[in-house]
Design a protein around this ligand. Sequence first.
Ligand code: ASP
Length: 597
Amino acid sequence: MYRTHTCGELRIADKEKEVTLSGWVQTIRKFGAITFIDMRDRYGITQLLFGESLNRQIDENPLGREFVLQVTGIVSERSNKNSNIPTGEIEIVVSSFNILNRSLVPPFTIQDDTDGGDDLRMKYRYLDLRRNIVKQNLQLRYDVNRAARNYLHHQGFMDIETPFLIKSTPEGARDFVVPSRMNPGQFYALPQSPQTFKQLLMISGYDRYYQVVKCFRDEDLRADRQPEFTQIDCEMSFVEQEDILNTFEGMVKYIFKEVKGIDYTEKLERMNWEEAMRYYGNDKPDTRFDIKLVELKSSFAEEDRNVFKKEIEASGFKVFTEAELVGAISVPGCSDYTRKQTDELTDWVKRPQIGMAGLAYVKYNKDESLKSSIDKFFDESKLKMLAEKCGAKPGDLILILAGKEERTRKALSDLRLEMGERLGLRKPDEFKLLWIIDFPLFEYSEEDGRYAARHHPFTSPKPEQVHLLDDPSQYGNIKANAYDMVLNGNEIGGGSIRIFQRDVQEKMFAALGMSKEEAQNKFGFLLGAFEYGAPPHGGIAFGFDRLCAILGGSESIRDFIAFPKNNSGRDVMLDAPSSIDEKQLDELQIRLDVKKS
Ligand code: ASP
């Protein structure tokens, strides 16, 4: 028997017991004739004491870090107790030991604050996974997985697997493709999500489906994306948007309770997309803090949002008068910012990622006086009015950006988040969930000169707007029955009520610029299935990796994936992707003509 107990199990109540433990050598400390070893396994760390006679054996046969040991001995009370670990009151006085395997000196220390850099740890990920901190992340991932499954199981959902080798129908992201040996010249694609399969399952009558499933997208990897990632993918029949929102609000609250012990009783706010864009500048607002965008002047919005337009036009300040959007945020308690600080913020908004030409500010001092970088154009009474329009209070610093509509809105959103961060208002242990609803069905792609589906082509318009699909001039006005769940400024889930009639789906494909033939060729299976009694249905998918990362208080999803890829999509441990043999290529009847870039 390799062990009677784990390294995390023994307590003072086990005193005098003879036990056998197996694990890895964490540290070795020699004190004259005795040696202390901390031995580690998945469950914890136990201190071992090797007395004089065993010490000689150790000297002859030196132990090293990460050796795999088996020891037998007596559980004893420690004289020097360690209250930081659960086994800290005891140690094992070893009577015999056995080296089960040796280890090379690991390339980095297996500790929370390791000396190993990112690349090194990824190359030796199997060692990295021994670290407590990474282990806790994987444990949390498992806890979230189990909680989601439990909840869904009890709600009558059935886990049904869907295939990984499917047909390539790129929409949105690029597909990963897999050549077929048995069908030379033809390719499968790896699914970007099981979207059409789960809809087919609804048509088959499995009215509550879920899967914790890998999805594959060949995207340029922006920060913190993975080419393969995991979704909690769900679909339901005979439901309206309201049913889905309630069911999955329940699921996330259940996960919070089970995994974090948090009673999230508050009903989730439902914010429509337009509001989110208007007040937060993006569709996944971080509502842990209350700073909102104010449109002082907008060339696109209605009059009531142009709260300072008249004054701007009268000021003669070209930067403002020529801008499509002049927007502001009031940052609480920052009116005493120094020149150096405002200069630094100005540099911040001028960085290429933000792309603004400059930053204007108004200090609404605690004594209610006002000082600004635009004093030349706005006298004190105008500044006061501006402060009022921004809802500012004495002590606030009002930051103003101006420029092209889209870029300025995004910059205001980024600035809002940055100030939230600087003021410590984005606390990783505080959680704020909400729904964003009423998304536009389409978004216009300047690049392609046509409309694209904002969510995906299977999303239903609002029922009362279906007829607008017949009028291309109305595409921009159609709202979707689509929803996202947002947590702390991240989209953690998204879904929609689906189209379930062939004619509506055909109109949708046509609106997306697909010919009848193309639609038939790509999605004929789905259009056909719609003709055999498709029920009304809808669903949602949660980004499982991201949900885990946020619950774990981390920015990075990689920390929550056992074997992740790096930012260039490489697995540095396996050294993948890599070339394949000439023989494999021959079997696939593929000849390579790789362009050197
Ligand atoms: N399949 C969708 C996605 O991956 C989610 C859904 O609509 O259920 O974004």
